[in-house]
Design a binder for this molecule. Structure first.
Ligand SMILES: [Zn+2]
Length: 570
């Protein structure tokens, strides 16, 4: 068996600081759970730079996370998230699946050109076309990785791929070799590892390492594993795969049973040293392992887990907010680490305990994760500099032109509203199309509704199309919003089924703005739209137009998602 070393770039994060320095709970040369041996080999396998306790954080928010239904981001939004991830200190950014669509390829290329520091990765199937697409996307990246995958489980072999075991091995080896012709850094994923026979999995992984993979990923693609079974898989591989101590073993867990984080930690305790995860745990179906939970578990329970990362934990909360804003996927209030209630102590008995001694009920401090304490920030007389500082604190990395644009809208809002809260600023950035145009095929020109007890709600709507033509129509509905939606459908000819409709107040006070988020089903797919207004009917109309414009301009082209669904991903 080859012991070929893998020439990879060191992966020290820009923020490679002593993780446990502050709490002083642990440091040292322990390996996890006694099964792991140091990975440094002749100075080439230097991902952990001789530190066996360093876990590589591989963020896949822009790839797996973006596969959440309706979570597609435009180029500007992806770049913003990538920049925030760099500030957060992740080691690897998986920026997309280059072969999935031209839009993916373009986004990966933009990230690799504009976001320096982390390794930028692109997903590829084990074929020439995909690997070439990844190369086209990544060739300008100072640090790049090709992530190839092939499914190994019996169910995928028999029903999706219709390939025998020998063929799976051959394709995996060929894929890794092909990728190594262009890339020094190649990761191999055995899709659906958690449902693959251990012996066969070990064989595939061994052959992938032999072919030149520097990272071997063991995904629980469908979220089927339990911590004990997943730990057993990693332990088995560590014991039976030749050459495995010369590469990085990676975990990638899905949350279908709510166990993605638990399974990932179980893998790390068996010696895995890369965790693939997403901000807020977004991803296919129930999502991926949540980055913030993984990182804070390492930090808070370093006494047991004995590993560290390069993540600046105080950037966790702002990054979570940013991802929530740009994807439109709200974070549940009771979400660990970044939910609104994560650090709230309502019960009197808790509050009493807290006042006496914080640690009575608090295992982490809100400041550690950058939880914004004070919400009231700016007002009419705040200057551009103060606004810019606040934008940075909220996770946005904007150029001067974009800051000017935000500042202008901020001034307009400050004339209408006394206090400007963080949420107002975020709303300006996200809704003001600061992060790139979603495009506008239709614009709202005028709107009026009549409703009341005993009357039929009617709406009259006027829209302007891209050619500047003004079109008007009237419709009745079950309520004023329904009537508005029917009128817009009549004018645009785009018919949809409303799946979800939510209004949340994004700030407090009588002049608070309401954010309307909707999710609709169109024959070409699921779309989400949002808008902000102090008037809920108007906000509802604008959110609906946001969706109509996405459909009209094919911002989430259905062909892309269908192709992706056919391919399947780890
Ligand atoms: Zn996945």
């Amino acid at each position: 068996m080859s012991t070929k070393s893998v020439d990879r770039q060191p992966s020290a994060s820009p923020a490679d600081v002593s993780f446990f320095g502050a709490s002083g709970t642990m440091r040292g040369s322990h390996s996890a759970a006694g099964t792991h041996s140091p990975t440094s080999v002749g100075g080439t396998q230097t991902v952990t730079e001789g530190a066996p306790d360093r876990v590589i954080i591989f963020d896949t928010t822009l790839r797996d996370g973006e596969q959440s239904p309706g979570a597609s981001m435009n180029l500007g939004q992806k770049l913003q998230v990538a920049k925030a991830l760099r500030e957060l200190g992740v080691d690897v950014i998986e920026a997309g699946f280059a072969a999935a669509s031209p839009g993916d390829l373009e986004a990966i290329r933009a990230v690799s050109r504009e976001v320096e520091g982390p390794i930028v990765a692109s997903l590829s199937r084990c074929n020439k076309g995909d690997i070439e697409a990844s190369w086209q996307a990544l060739k300008d990246a100072p640090r790049r990785r090709c992530h190839v995958f092939l499914a190994t489980s019996p169910i995928h072999r028999d029903f999706k791929l219709k390939l025998a075991k020998e063929e799976i091995i051959k394709r995996s080896v060929d894929g890794v070799r092909l990728a190594r012709e262009k890339f020094d850094d190649v990761e191999f994923s055995a899709e659906d590892s958690a449902r693959t026979e251990l012996e066969f999995l070990a064989e595939v992984v061994e052959r992938a390492i032999e072919a030149g993979a520097g990272t071997v990923n063991i995904p629980d693609t469908v979220g089927y594993a339990l911590p004990a079974t997943y730990a057993e898989t990693i332990r088995y591989l560590k014991k039976h795969v030749r050459g495995i101590d010369k590469v990085v073993v990676s975990v990638h867990c899905h949350n279908d049973l709510g166990l993605a984080v638990a399974n990932s930690l179980a893998g790390v305790m068996e010696g895995a040293r890369q965790v693939e995860c997403t901000i807020n745990g977004i991803g296919e179906r129930a999502g991926n392992a949540s980055l913030e939970e993984i990182v804070m578990a390492f930090r808070t329970r370093g006494d047991v887990l004995r590993v560290r990362t390069g993540v600046q934990t105080e950037r966790l909360y702002p990054t979570s907010r940013l991802v929530s804003q740009v994807t439109g996927l709200h974070v549940q209030r009771n979400k660990a680490i970044v939910g609104q209630n994560a650090f709230a102590h309502e019960a009197g008995i808790h509050q009493h305990g807290m006042l006496t001694h914080r640690e009575t009920y608090e295992i982490m401090r809100p400041e550690e994760v950058g939880f914004a304490k004070s919400q009231l920030v700016l007002g009419k007389h705040s200057g551009r500099h103060a606004l810019k500082e606040r934008l940075v604190a909220l996770g946005y990395q904007l150029d001067d032109k974009a800051v000017d644009q935000v500042f202008q809208e901020f001034k307009v809002l400050a004339d209408k509203k006394k206090d400007i809260y963080d949420a107002d600023i975020e709303a300006i950035v996200v809704h003001g199309q600061i992060l790139g145009q979603n495009g506008r095929a239709w614009e709202l020109e005028a709107l009026s509704t009549t409703s009341g007890t005993g009357t039929l709600p009617v709406a009259s709507v006027a829209l302007r199309n891209a050619e500047g033509e003004k079109l008007r129509d009237v419709a009745a509905g079950d309520g004023p919003v329904d009537a508005v939606y029917r009128a817009i459908e009549k004018i645009t000819g785009i018919g949809v089924k409303l799946r979800d409709y939510q209004i949340v107040s994004v700030s407090t006070g009588e002049d608070a703005q309401g954010e309307v988020s909707i999710e609709v089903e169109h024959k070409t797919g699921v779309y989400r739209g949002r808008a902000l207004s102090t008037d809920i009917v108007e906000g509802s109309a604008r959110a609906f137009l946001d969706v109509v414009n996405r459909i009209a301009l094919k911002v989430s082209p259905p062909a892309e998602s269908e192709a992706r669904a056919e391919m399947g991903t780890p």
